[in-house]
Write a protein that binds this ligand. Structure first.
Ligand SMILES: Cc1cc2nc3c(=O)[nH]c(=O)nc-3n(C[C@H](O)[C@H](O)[C@H](O)COP(=O)(O)O)c2cc1C
Length: 158
């Protein structure tokens, strides 16, 4: 039987949202876009980078606006977001903190970047005790031709 999957994603500028939509289409899983309080980040990339670094330095990850369902009801969490300085964006880090310590399912990361995502999988893994499988990273520029890649990744997760 196919796993019961939930898509949870954050997208600052819409690219990971497109990937999440493609994944939703193929998986038919429920998708939840994670949001933070308006004004948490800037509309400027460099300022947003500074804000995120400050959040990490002061261990003050932004709160999520979302009321999450009981994550233990799902076998597979598809967790998406942009790569920020090689790391999961801080709202994704906040989400990972909210995964129950005893979560017995699998987490599969998906992410978009400008091409510099080599450290992402390892950095993501460090943020949770849950089982993390090999994720799928795409770079924004090549994104439109990636439906087959997304479909294949989804298939091998099941
Ligand atoms: C704060 C910030 C930091 C970023 N850091 C990286 C990075 O380390 N490596 C990279 O390849 N792209 C980096 N980028 C580019 C984004 O990862 C990329 O544009 C991504 O596709 C944006 O996804 P989104 O539209 O879902 O937010 C960064 C962008 C921002 C705003």
């Amino acid at each position: 039987m196919a796993k019961k999957a939930l898509i949870l994603y954050y997208s600052w500028s819409g690219t990971t949202a497109k990937m999440a939509q493609a994944l939703q289409k193929v998986s038919q899983a429920t998708a939840i876009e994670l949001t933070v309080k308006p004004g948490t980040f800037s509309t400027d990339m460099y300022q947003t980078s500074d804000i995120a670094k400050q959040q990490l330095a002061t261990e003050s990850l932004p709160m999520l606006n979302n009321q999450l369902p009981d994550l233990n009801d799902y076998d597979l969490l598809l967790v998406g977001g942009p790569v920020w300085s090689g790391e999961p964006a801080t709202p994704v880090q906040q989400l990972l903190k909210q995964v129950p310590a005893n979560y017995a399912g699998i987490i599969a990361p998906f992410y978009t970047s400008a091409g510099g995502d080599e450290q992402y999988q390892a950095n993501f893994q460090k943020l949770t005790a849950a089982r993390v499988v090999k994720g799928l990273g795409l770079s924004g520029s090549s994104f439109s031709n990636e439906t087959t890649t997304i479909n294949n990744w989804w298939k091998q997760l099941n």
